[in-house]
Each structure stands twice: as structure tokens, then as C-alpha cells.
Design a protein around this ligand. Sequence first.
Ligand SMILES: Nc1ncnc2c1ncn2[C@@H]1O[C@H](COP(=O)(O)OP(=O)(O)OP(=O)(O)O)[C@@H](O)[C@H]1O
Ligand SMILES: [Mg+2]
Length: 251
Amino acid sequence: MSVSPVLLAEDVEAGYEPGLPIVKGASIHVGRGEIVVVLGPNGAGKSTLIKAIAGLVPVSRGHIALNGEAITHRPAHLMVRLGLAFVPQTENIFATMTIEENLQLAGHVAPAAERTSRIEAMFALFPDLANRRRLAAGRLSGGQRQMLAVARALMIEPSVLMLDEPSAGLSPKLVGEVFAKLAEIRKTGVTILLVEQNARAALAIADRAYILADGRNRHEGSAAALAADPDIAAHYLGLGGADGPMRGIAP
Ligand SMILES: Nc1ncnc2c1ncn2[C@@H]1O[C@H](COP(=O)(O)OP(=O)(O)OP(=O)(O)O)[C@@H](O)[C@H]1O
Ligand SMILES: [Mg+2]
């Protein structure tokens, strides 16, 4: 691509045990201000790839760069300081702490005064959270929890926001709300990389997409082109329902 990508992963091999790669040479790039989605069947290695980029899974081959700087073997806490935020699929909030405390903790890298103004900015972006700031986060609805997880990630003012299945377990209405919020966040200048099972909804807000199968790139292209491709639709976008469009479909 013509401009240098904000996030680049080239020929990445990664896994949980030595000699047993799960991601087997995957490559993705994300340009500044883009929304890019990684799709693929269960077990394809999507979460492993995004976790490897976040520094949470060891990388055994390949190269990862953020804003032109190599981050391949950096630990996760340094990624945060470099402006790479990651929202895992589960356990992304502290249920017994209040919403405000969750945001305080997420913003601990910022000076106290700035932290306060960032929290207020998050409450402006997520009015549902503002009304409940002293409520224990565990008492939020699924959609509100996901919003809080995103707000926590945004507390570090990241240049890149990565999310693993932000719509998992949400009703279609809430899926729409979460994705609309991501589109709004992108407008503030944040680059977004997300992994999703909810392929149709994700393609609707994404600029480009990758389809991963068995740890490797299978397809890539503009979100509109992939959504319109009948072969892609038949293999990866065909099913709806509570279990997600790609559950159980062979690569
Ligand atoms: N913590 C772990 N330790 C060992 N193996 C793991 C671990 N997490 C995932 N795996 C294995 O890695 C493979 C890919 O898993 P991964 O979670 O990356 O897939 P995925 O594409 O995100 O799938 P899904 O759509 O179901 O979330 C699976 O075979 C899984 O069993
Ligand atoms: Mg996953």
C-alpha cells in the first residue's frame, strides 16, 4: 500500500507451545484511520493472532510494527504505552469495581488531572455509563459492559484499538449499537482492528477485511467486495442466529 501502515504484521507465526504454531504465517496491515476486520471459522487462529500482536502470545517468526516501530517481542504492558489498546473477548472489566473505578484503573498511566478529564470524555462518549458511574460494573447489561470495556481501552488514548469479538453474546440491537459506537470512535482518529464472528455487521462498518483459515490468510479485500462475493458469502457469511454466522463451518 502507498502510505506506511499504522499496524503491520508480516508472516507471523505464533502459538501457545513451542513447535506447535496456531498462527502459521499470517500477514495483515492496517492504515491510519481504517477499520479492518479479521474473519474466519472457529479455531482459525483469529484470537491468537490479535493476542500475538498485543504481546500476549509468543511470536516464533515474522515481524510486527506499530507506527513504523518494531514491537514483535514487546511485552503487553509496553504496547499500552506505545498506544496499542486491546479489548479481550472476556474478562475485560472488573465486575466488583464501579464504572468510575474501572476507568481510573485503566487510565493509571496518565497523570491524575488528565485521567479525570479523560474519564469525563468517556462519559460524554458513553452517556449510559455516565448515569451509572458509581454502579458496580458487574451489574451492567452485556452491551453496557462491552461499552465499558471499550472505554477502558480508550483511556490510554491509543492510536490503534484492537477488539476481540466485541459483539459476542449481544442481541442484534446491541450489536448495532456497539458497531455504531466503533464507527464514531474511528471518526475521532483512532485506527481499529477487530476480530468478529458477526461477519455481516462487521463488514458493514469496516473498510477492509481478512479471512483467516488454519492460521493463514485465505482471502482479503475491501469489506464491500468481500460482502458482495457469492463464494465468500456461501462459505463465511451464510448463517445467522445466536451462535454467529460462521460457527461450525469448515474452512
Ligand atoms: N490458551 C491456549 N492454549 C493452548 N491452545 C489454545 C489456547 N487458546 C487457543 N488455543 C488453540 O488455538 C487454536 C486457535 O484458537 P483461537 O482462539 O485463536 O481461534 P479463533 O479463530 O479465535 O476461534 P473462535 O472463532 O472460536 O474464537 C484452537 O485450536 C485452540 O484450541
Ligand atoms: Mg477467538
